[in-house]
Write a protein that binds this ligand. Structure first.
Ligand code: CP
Length: 311
């Protein structure tokens, strides 16, 4: 693996899930692989899980880790040819090359503006680091994708599944703030690679990009969609068509115990209790959000291991 910015960077999904599970059972087996190698993590936005699990994964492989909250540094300019007489102090062309000299691998978190869809879907931040840093880039959630989360989700589904082909439903749920489509986009792309009976449910107006959804069934009736599900993955996202807008805040989309029945409940976290999902679900045996978050470490570790092996 040369980089991990999107699900497309996975060559063999079964092999990588299997390797992640092996690493989970023996996390320090490759402690020499990352010796004298440095992971630089850049945070343009807040994080709990991505930050800590990726650092833990790197350290399990013997790597050194440096983190920068980019908001504490110089404002970076990403546009070409700009006269930089405004708020930006350093161009990405210099910043990325400089960081590339300090790093063997660069991991980046950068959320979208949710104002200009074309701009967000160009993934300027991640792609600029790929272009100018000269180092492998790992996506810790970008404008449109969260591939490490989706890999952790796939590992979790495989661990908890009791069927050869479980029924997995991605359900939209309400949220007071406009959120990116990134988690949903990568989850859909990942489920399309697995042997699962997968569908999506959301209110009208929340259709994800057609290039992401492809032939995945979409049901606008949540209760009908959730019937007999084995896994209910819940996430809010703002509208893709009316880009970045909140079109619906209908509380009837909240996930309840009654709606999910015997299904396992998944969410990438952080989750707003009693907005996205009832306390009763999170505190039930059906909730697997904590082991799901634990698998972020092994998703990151398998990705870093594969990149280190190709340096
Ligand atoms: N799920 C996830 O990416 O969590 P953080 O935003 O805390 O990193």
């Amino acid at each position: 693996m040369k980089k991990y910015t999107n699900i497309d960077d996975i060559q063999d999904v079964s092999a990588i899930i299997s390797e992640a599970k092996t690493l989970k059972s023996n996390p320090f087996a490759h402690k020499e692989l990352g010796k004298n190698k440095t992971l630089v993590m850049l945070f343009f936005n807040a994080s709990l899980r991505s930050r800590l699990s990726t650092e833990k994964a790197a350290k399990n492989l013997g790597m050194d880790v440096m983190s920068l909250n980019v908001n504490d540094s110089w404002n970076i300019e990403f546009e070409d040819g700009t006269i930089m007489n405004g708020n930006t102090s350093e161009h990405i062309k210099e910043a990325a090359q400089v960081i590339g000299q300090y790093a063997d691998i660069i991991a980046i978190r950068s959320f979208p503006g949710l104002v200009n869809r074309n701009k967000d879907y160009k993934e300027m931040v991640i792609n600029s680091f790929v272009k100018y840093s000269g180092k492998p880039v790992v996506n810790l959630e970008s404008a449109t994708a969260h591939p490490l989360q989706a890999l952790a989700d796939a590992i979790t589904i495989e661990e908890f599944s009791q069927k050869k082909k479980p029924k997995v439903v991605l359900s939209w749920a309400p949220h007071p703030k406009a959120l990116p489509q990134s988690v949903a986009n990568s989850f859909v792309s990942m489920m399309q690679l697995l042997e699962v009976d997968f569908s999506i449910t959301h209110p009208k107006g929340y259709e994800l990009a057609p290039e992401i959804v492809k032939n995945t069934p979409v049901n606008y009736n949540q209760e009908e969609a959730l019937q007999n599900a084995d896994f209910v993955y819940t996430k809010n996202w703002s509208s893709y068509s009316s880009y970045g807008e909140i079109l619906n805040n209908d509380k009837k989309w909240i996930i309840t115990k009654q709606k999910i029945g015997a299904a396992k409940f998944m969410h990438c976290l952080p989750v707003r209790r009693n907005v996205i999902v009832e306390d009763a679900v999170l505190e039930s045996e059906n909730s697997i959000v904590i082991p799901q978050a634990n698998n972020r470490t092994y998703a990151a570790q398998v990705v870093l291991k594969n990149i280190l092996e190709n340096l």
